[in-house]
Design a protein around this ligand. Structure first.
Ligand code: ADP
Length: 328
């Protein structure tokens, strides 16, 4: 059976980008067609300045939101990365296969390191080695497919390179995975800066819709989304990123095609209104279920405990054989 692995970082509250680009497909498609693991990758949250209590709270909230979004522990494995030692164990071995040049070429590293320096901070070594830990997350489980948004495809390419290199040097150990991307909403953009992606680690701002935003807040953010000065509703992500982003969001909510949808509108106002309605409708059931799950924290606790046990059992044989293959 195909094995799928994907994850979400507890560095902020989950966004509409996370949901449309990743989580909704995990729930609607992936968990039904494959043996799927979904991980709260909390070790990755330590690569930048962090508050320990906040990381712990956000990990729990992310797990609760994944379940609220429809991940079913009977169908898939939901767990927290730091509960399974195999990730860190394997990461070290892969650091012995990766090169520093490869790491420095990663776009996300360059962007995030530049931001840290601009803020006057220093860059943690773990920010540089982050993609190696991500490779370990994926390879430990013999993963075939990694469903991710566009921002992560370079890291999955690196994971493939490391798997192939390890296998060639030390004997076949890892399955070589591939990235899969959603047809629409692979890159939901910030509503105020539609040339940057909507990221949860961004400072709380009017350009990011969070899954737990109240309907009124969602509407306000979408109605105030930046568009261009034109009038025509056209799908052209290069020239008209703001309008195209709204079309993508609406298409992802309705299951349609952004280009076809554009023909339905003659004004930006009507497009914004329909997009806001669609997002509010989409998030309502997730928020209701989230509220129910928050009333029963021991349920979520139990899911994560059981998930970690299952994940450990799946990862251990592969990681043990990597240790043996490399000469330990
Ligand atoms: P973030 O950048 O919000 O911290 P994560 O690294 O936790 O996101 O990613 C979780 C999943 O959500 C990944 O599969 C990632 O590709 C996807 N994702 C994140 N942001 C977006 C976005 N703006 N549009 C589409 N997919 C996204």
């Amino acid at each position: 059976m195909t094995r799928i692995f994907s994850g979400v970082k507890p560095t902020g509250h989950l966004t509409l980008g996370n949901y449309l680009g990743a989580v909704c497909r995990w729930a609607e498609v992936d968990q039904h067609r494959a043996e799927a693991l979904f991980c709260i990758v909390d070790l990755h949250a330590l690569t930048v300045d962090h508050d320990p209590g906040r990381v712990r709270r956000l990990s729990r909230q992310a797990a609760t939101l994944l379940l609220a979004s429809g991940l079913d522990p009977e169908l898939c494995t939901v767990f927290v990365q730091s509960h399974v030692d195999e990730h860190a164990r394997l990461s070290y071995l892969l650091e012995c296969v990766a090169t520093d040049g490869e790491m420095r070429r990663m776009i996300q590293y360059k962007e995030k390191a530049a931001l840290e320096r601009k803020r006057g901070g220093s860059v943690r070594l773990s920010l540089l080695t982050y993609p190696v830990l991500m490779a370990a997350d994926i390879l430990a489980y013999g993963t075939d497919e990694v469903p991710v948004g566009d921002d992560q495809t370079q890291h999955v390419e690196l994971t493939r390179d490391l798997a192939v290199r390890f296998n060639q040097r030390y004997g076949h150990t890892f399955v070589v995975p591939r990235a899969t991307r959603p047809e629409v909403a692979a890159r939901v953009m910030n509503l105020q800066e539609p040339t940057s992606k909507m990221g949860k680690s961004d400072d709380v701002g009017p350009g990011v819709v969070y899954l737990l935003d109240e309907p009124g807040t969602v509407r306000k953010k979408i109605m105030r989304a930046v568009t261009d000065s034109g009038q025509d509703v056209e799908y052209d992500p290069q020239e008209r990123p703001g309008v195209s982003n709204l079309l993508e969001i609406l298409a992802a909510c309705e299951g349609g095609d952004p280009e076809v949808l554009s023909g339905r509108y003659t004004s930006y106002g009507a497009l914004k209104k329909d997009t806001a309605d669609a997002v509010v409708e989409l998030l309502g059931p997730v928020q209701d279920r989230h509220k129910q799950l928050c009333a029963d924290p021991s349920y979520v606790e139990g899911v994560l405990r059981d998930g970690a046990r299952r994940a450990r059992e799946m990862a251990r044989p592969t990681v043990d054989s990597a240790y043996e293959a490399i000469g330990l």
